[in-house]
Design a protein around this ligand. Structure first.
Ligand SMILES: CC(C)(COP(=O)(O)OP(=O)(O)OC[C@H]1O[C@@H](n2cnc3c(N)ncnc32)[C@H](O)[C@@H]1OP(=O)(O)O)[C@@H](O)C(=O)NCCC(=O)NCCS
Length: 182
């Protein structure tokens, strides 16, 4: 994997050039490099990411991960974001596990596209709602979620560790059967 795979200055794109696809094991090297850039000290380790991806296929699959790809200025396709959702057995509420986009493509609808796809995945699995936790200070993410009809429903004291901070819990209902309005 060469350095251009995570070159955040090379990637820049209009939303219509972004493509979503399922995350696969070969993506883990790039995603592992992006984790600290997107999530700082709370970055998941490569082993944690691999364990997550293991649970996206097979009889016990209970979660889904996707990546957003876009062509960079040099024409090479790069991962510009990724996101994951736990849907369990589809009989209850889903949980948004992670979502992030690289700084050079922010405010161009990449997270919106990923979140919409995951809301559809949750509805298709049969879930009634999607829950998430977000840092109390993370206004950008809270605005993204509010734009997708997530409402704050609770507070978890000292939920985050590095740095210590409370979490706001948000919830978005899904109409049944599969909600196609997300
Ligand atoms: C939060 C994050 C995922 C947003 O990604 P993005 O691709 O820039 O999001 P979008 O372009 O789809 O933004 C959709 C809407 O969210 C809101 N939003 C996103 N970033 C915002 C910001 N910095 N300030 C205010 N509102 C913001 C806006 O309402 C925006 O719509 P608009 O651009 O038309 O005003 C991105 O900033 C990120 O990866 N941050 C670091 C990781 C993180 O915090 N993840 C969330 C963990 S809970």
């Amino acid at each position: 994997m060469n350095s251009s795979d995570t070159d955040t200055t090379n990637a820049g794109t209009a939303p219509d050039r972004v493509r979503l696809r399922p995350m696969t094991p070969p993506d883990l090297e790039v995603v592992s490099r992006l984790e600290p850039e997107l999530f700082g000290a709370e970055a998941w380790s490569p082993a944690m990411l691999a364990a997550e991806l293991d649970r996206t296929a097979g009889p016990g699959a209970d979660r889904t991960y996707l990546v957003a790809e876009a062509p960079g200025r040099d024409g090479s396709v790069q991962i510009v974001g990724y996101a994951g959702l736990w849907y369990g057995d589809g009989g209850g509420d889903a949980d948004l596990l992670t979502i992030g986009t690289i700084p050079s493509v922010r405010r161009r609808g990449v997270a919106t596209a990923m979140l919409s796809a995951l809301l559809h995945a949750a509805a298709d699995a049969g879930c009634r709602a999607v829950l998430l936790e977000v840092r109390a200070s993370n206004e950008a993410a809270q605005r993204l979620y509010a734009a997708h009809e997530f409402k704050p429903i609770g507070h978890r004291r000292r939920y985050y560790r590095a740095p210590v901070e409370d979490a706001t819990v948000m919830r978005r209902s899904l109409r049944q059967p599969a909600d196609r309005s997300a």
